[in-house]
Design a binder for this molecule. Structure first.
Ligand code: ZN
Ligand code: ZN
Length: 256
């Protein structure tokens, strides 16, 4: 089930160009090769907290080097090289809360697979088919995680189940943030018309208005009820590692 962090915690992987080189020629016949991936991963976190300044680079920068290998693989075709590289990439430990091949990070690895396959196949082609070679593929990866707390709070409020029944819900005619009259709820609202009723108090605002309100604070603009509990609940439900990122920052803020 996708939690609020699927959207609010952005996972970006940026690879450098790959370098492919033949390490050694093997005398064994059959054309089987070995493939080694030398990968260097630098991880960074960026955080934007409610009421804080914009996106800031977190203090937890990390770096790790990995060397993993496949032996006796057939690398004579483009497809075979891609498959072997994908196998190596998928066995790399994710440096952060998610795996490197996390779909949320996009298909960053496609150009990497293609470049590695091109490099291997072009070096193998002039070689007689009976010989095997050991290839090294070097790759540097920058992995960053962006946690935007105002966005996370908005999503947590949308997904919270504690909404008053219609008989108890207060009738709100105007958005207390922009003071404009609220449109009637529509099943297919435009971005401008989209509404959000906050959990527990049921006060309704334009979604875009409450989104900008949450940049500065976590309370309902009308009744001042603090909505932060929704985010804390969501963090608990959707993964402790991701909670760690924001709670470390919270603890640091409280200490200072
Ligand atoms: Zn509004
Ligand atoms: Zn309220």
């Amino acid at each position: 089930m996708p939690g609020p962090f699927a959207v609010s915690l952005k996972h970006v992987v940026t690879p450098s160009p790959v370098h492919v080189k033949i390490r050694q020629q093997r005398t064994a016949g059959g054309g089987a090769c070995s493939l080694r991936l030398l990968c260097s991963i630098t991880t960074s976190y960026e955080l934007q907290m409610i009421g804080g300044p914009g996106l800031q680079v977190g203090e937890e920068e990390g770096h790790a080097d990995h060397v993993i290998a496949l032996h006796d693989v057939d690398l004579r075709s483009h497809d075979a090289c891609r498959a072997a590289m994908l196998k190596l990439l998928s066995s790399l430990p994710g440096a952060g809360p998610a795996s490197l091949l996390d779909p949320a990070a996009g298909e960053w690895y496609e150009p990497v697979l293609a470049a590695a396959a091109d490099g291997i196949v072009s070096q193998l082609q002039p070689v007689t088919s009976g010989e095997g070679y050991a290839f090294d593929v070097s790759l540097c990866i920058g992995e960053s995680f962006k946690y935007v707390q105002p966005e996370a709070l908005l999503l947590a409020c949308e997904q919270a189940e504690i909404i008053p029944t219609t008989s108890q819900a207060p009738v709100v005619e105007r958005c207390a943030v922009c003071m404009e009259r609220l449109p009637l709820p529509s099943p297919t609202p435009t971005t401008e018309e989209a509404l959000l009723s906050l959990p527990s108090c049921g006060h309704t605002f334009h979604r875009r208005c409450i989104a900008s309100w949450f940049q500065k604070g976590s309370t309902c603009p009308l009744c001042r009820r603090d909505m932060m509990y929704c985010l804390l609940d969501a963090e608990k439900r959707f993964g402790l590692e991701r909670e760690d990122i924001s709670s470390k920052k919270r603890n640091r803020d409280m200490a200072s």
